[in-house]
Design a protein around this ligand. Structure first.
Ligand code: FAD
Length: 447
């Protein structure tokens, strides 16, 4: 493949900035167009969530451009779930038998800024801020942008457009007009709102630092991820409507009272709760499935533009980074035919990302409805025990997703196979015990 291809990347978020680094490193001419101002100047919010969890897949993607250590230095490792019961009782469930296995809480804005800085360090990468994509000509690989707020228009002409412009992608919107392009989006009936637990004295963490905190309450929940400065970002996942919902709390105008009843141990560490609740927006959660993500040798989608997933497995960004690795490798291996390389990238990723979308929704139900129950604790204990006793054969699904790079669909298949065998062995063992007990009883009474 020739190395002087001209790439137009739409979106300088997490996936767009990383892809710019990969393409820049490979020697291509790259222009990144981002709708927001440069967040490195502190002028723009980073979007979506204040912090997020990066795990093995995301770290591997950073390693390729020498950024893993720098990012992990600023991360807070979370080694398990800390469950908060309605009465305020705490129980810790490690993620793995191996205490070094952790997911890492990082600042979204901080990570995006590091990636943009790295992209900027390649002389063949140019970043354009406050450029909002408003139209795309797929066949000509041209994109039109509105610059700033004065309505000035510019057109970018290159060889390939990379749509990295998130769940409501303008590039994808154009691809949706193509014949045989599949598209589906599903909103959850739950939304989310971010709140804060501020740092304690001298920047200490007011609750356990190295855990992902969960307040599971069946149809709704709150979680909290630690930040480096001692604070936690809490996220409420509540239904929009119904008895325990954003609408219900807004109708009686007493968020604090609601928290005192349902999240009582959180209230003393959230002194600005009422103001934060009133000020912060309530956002929706969407799953986007579409395909194909490639168009001839002209356009390709990465990250949320190709596949937004709900955040309950903490994998959306990790998967977006996996896309960037796969696309980079397919382009490098693709020889002269870029159209084939883009098609191969889509073929490699699609089924695995579809599996992740389902896993993410499943994990919401698990976190919200079951995480506090004795049955869930037993299941996690059984998984850890089997993993310890049979490390070569049994790996829990969570470990394969968060602490390995086994493709998502393969991880899911393997987990189902393991669970089938465990169920079969347990069933056979129970049958043998029953037969032995029956035989003892019969020989006693008949004999
Ligand atoms: C509440 C929440 C928590 C999450 N937590 C995690 C987590 O813990 N771990 C994890 O791995 N994932 C998490 N995710 C998912 C993760 O945020 C996304 O998967 C990730 O941001 C995808 O990166 P992206 O670059 O594809 O999209 P985005 O981050 O959405 O970036 C898209 C970029 O494109 C720009 N843009 C949009 N439209 C245009 C346009 N028309 N023209 C120019 N630029 C444009 C945007 O300004 C933005 O900078 C979470 C998501 C949510 C909602």
């Amino acid at each position: 493949m020739k190395h002087d291809t001209n790439y137009t990347i739409v979106g300088g978020g997490l996936a767009g900035a990383l892809m710019a680094c990969y393409l820049g490193k490979a020697g291509h001419e790259v222009n990144v167009y981002e709708r927001r101002p440069d967040l490195r100047g502190g002028k723009a919010p980073a979007g979506k969530s204040i912090n997020l969890a990066i795990s093995e897949r995301g770290i591997a993607a950073l390693r390729r451009i020498g950024l893993a250590e720098r990012v992990l230095d600023r991360a807070v490792p979370m080694r398990g779930r800390m469950i908060h019961s309605p009465e305020g009782r705490l129980s810790f469930q490690p993620y793995s038998k191996n205490p070094n296995d952790a997911i890492n809480s990082v600042s979204r804005g901080g990570l995006n800024a590091i990636l943009l800085e790295k992209a900027d360090s390649y002389p063949n990468v140019t970043l354009h801020y406050e450029h909002k994509c408003i139209d795309v000509d797929l066949d000509a690989a041209k994109a039109q942008f509105e610059v700033g707020t004065k309505g000035e228009l510019v057109t970018a002409e290159g060889d390939v457009i990379v749509g990295a412009d998130g769940a409501f992608s303008a590039v994808r919107a154009k691809m949706q007009h193509l014949d045989r392009f599949d598209f589906r989006q599903d909103y959850l009936r739950h939304g989310y709102k971010e709140l804060v637990i501020p740092p304690g004295e001298h920047g200490t963490h007011r609750i356990e630092k190295n855990a992902l905190h969960i307040w599971p309450r069946r149809s709704y929940m709150m979680i909290a991820l630690p930040n480096e400065d001692g604070s936690f970002t809490c996220t409420l996942f509540w239904p929009f409507d119904g008895p325990h919902s954003f609408a219900a709390v807004e109708a009686n105008g007493n968020a604090l009272g609601y928290f005192k009843t349902h999240f009582q141990d959180a209230v003393p560490v959230m002194p600005t709760l009422a103001e934060d609740y009133a000020r912060n927006p309530t956002n929706s959660l969407v799953t986007v499935r579409c395909g194909p993500w490639n168009y001839k040798d002209k356009a390709v989608l990465v990250g949320d533009a190709a596949h937004a997933v709900v955040p309950f497995y903490g994998q959306g960004m990790n998967a977006a980074f996996g896309d960037c690795i796969a696309l980079d490798e397919c382009l490098a291996a693709g020889g002269a035919d870029r159209a084939d390389a883009l098609a191969e990238y889509y073929r490699q990723r699609k089924t695995h990302i579809d599996a992740l979308a389902d896993l993410a929704i499943g994990n919401f139900v698990e976190m919200r409805d079951h995480a506090g129950s004795p049955g869930f604790r037993f299941k996690k204990w059984r998984e850890r025990t089997l993993h310890t006793l049979l490390p070569g054969w049994y790996t829990p699904l969570y470990n394969m997703i968060s602490f390995s790079q086994v493709p998502y669909g393969d991880a899911l298949k393997r987990a189902r196979r393991q669970d089938r065998i465990v169920r079969w062995v347990c069933g056979a063992a129970a049958l043998i015990v029953a037969v032995v007990v029956l035989w003892i009883l019969l020989t006693r009474f008949i004999g």
